[in-house]
Design a protein around this ligand. Structure first.
Ligand SMILES: [Zn+2]
Length: 111
């Protein structure tokens, strides 16, 4: 039963790693764009857009890295033989929930 969930985790991790690579590519393009654009930000809406893009991109990079760390923690839980019980109430977390949200540590009622 847990192998399906760990497979789901592996898939989610692969997706997140791909997304992170895309975001890092995008970051390089944004940095390049801001290097070409050395006008002062205050009177230059393009510069402001780039600053916003950069902030947005770095927030997404952080979120994606955190997502990968979360997936790794979940994978470790399963490797350590976690029985799939809710961290709050101890009831077994339904298999369907773990398949849909393999990083969940709580049942629906406690989430
Ligand atoms: Zn619970």
């Amino acid at each position: 039963m847990t192998s399906e969930v760990t497979e789901a985790l592996a898939r989610e991790r692969a997706d997140a790693v791909r997304r992170l690579a895309d975001l890092e590519q995008l970051h390089l393009r944004i940095v390049d764009a801001s290097r070409d654009d050395n006008a002062d930000d205050e009177h230059d809406t393009e510069g402001q857009t780039i600053a916003w893009d950069r902030a947005q991109n770095s927030a997404l990079v952080d979120a994606t890295k955190e997502r990968i760390a979360e997936i790794d923690r979940a994978t470790k839980r399963f490797e350590d033989g976690w029985d799939g019980s809710c961290a709050a109430c101890g009831a077994p977390i339904p298999h369907e929930r773990l398949l849909a949200r393999p990083t969940a540590t709580r049942c629906v009622a406690c989430a």
